[in-house]
Ligand binder design. Structure first.
Ligand SMILES: [Zn+2]
Ligand SMILES: [Zn+2]
Ligand SMILES: [Zn+2]
Length: 277
């Protein structure tokens, strides 16, 4: 399974879209990775989330939106699910893309799809897109993949998903847009036989000790969650740990990110990074 990190920034991107703080100035000057909004592409055909940068992400990193067969959306926030682009998937705008696209997500994701495409969607484009409302506690199958959604701690108004995705006995855990999660959420993974060789953690707050919100994580939260996953037997000492979803507020310059990697024994994702498991 080839896991490509197409976008590794938080909602506002890095440098932040409308920000001129000292850190964003440094990033613009080349002192840190430039990061678009969150997207992970697996084997070129399964995308976790579909941000407003999806088209640009694909252009920059050698992927094709028309080859994506499955999208698993974590939640409905605009940096993770930007539905306007789907009206372009057919009619005069697209020929010979894969015949159908299956989009999986919670009820809010389904609503956002409806709202964002209502004005411009053509019937013969809509016919190629299948929407699937999913929930935690159930195992799903799409093509070669087994997918287990489990509950994040991220929003009071919708149930946000984290995902375990498996192909040919290899597992990846997508642990984004969440604070520390409840233990019973991990039981869903354990009870369904999840074993991961790779985990990518939300590290929006970097090594900030007291983040101002519990909807995201710092490296300290990541390490606690890693310990829990080990206790449940879902990962082991050979599992590769990646940190990602950085915000300008955690000072993601090259120098600072490298320090976090050294100090905590993790690797930081960057836009375009690919890992095969
Ligand atoms: Zn996010
Ligand atoms: Zn900034
Ligand atoms: Zn979010």
């Amino acid at each position: 399974m080839k896991i490509k990190f197409l976008g590794t920034g938080a909602a506002e991107g890095v440098p932040a879209m409308f920000c001129d703080c000292d850190i964003c100035k440094k990033i613009r000057a080349g002192e840190g990775e430039k990061r678009t909004r969150s997207q992970v592409l697996i084997d070129g055909e399964l995308s976790v989330d579909f941000p407003p940068d999806a088209f640009a992400n694909c252009l920059r990193h050698g992927a094709e939106p028309g080859k994506i067969k499955y999208i698993f959306a974590t939640h409905s926030h605009m940096d993770h699910f930007y539905a306007h682009d789907f009206i372009l998937r057919g009619y005069k705008y697209a020929k010979l893309c894969v015949p159908s696209l299956d989009i999986f997500g919670n009820g809010e994701v389904m609503k956002v799809f409806g709202e964002c495409t209502a004005r411009e969607m053509k019937a013969d484009v809509a016919i190629g897109i299948n929407l699937h409302e999913i929930k935690t506690g159930t195992v799903y199958y799409a093509g070669y993949y087994k997918i287990i959604p489990f509950a994040a701690e991220h929003s009071a108004t919708e149930e946000c998903f984290l995902y375990y995705i498996e192909r040919d006995g290899k597992g990846y855990i997508h642990f984004y847009d969440t604070g520390k999660i409840k233990e019973n959420s991990l039981e869903v993974l354990k009870n369904n036989g999840a074993k991961a060789q790779l985990v990518a953690f939300d590290c929006t707050f970097g090594d900030t000790l007291k983040p101002e919100s519990c909807r995201h994580m710092s490296i300290y939260d990541n390490l606690l969650m890693k310990e829990k996953l080990e206790q449940y037997g879902i990962i082991d000492s050979n599992t590769k740990i990646i940190i990602t979803h950085f915000s300008h507020n955690c000072n993601p310059t090259h120098e600072h990110i490298a320090r976090i990697e050294r100090e905590f024994g993790v690797s930081a994702a960057y836009d375009g990074m690919e890992i095969e498991i």
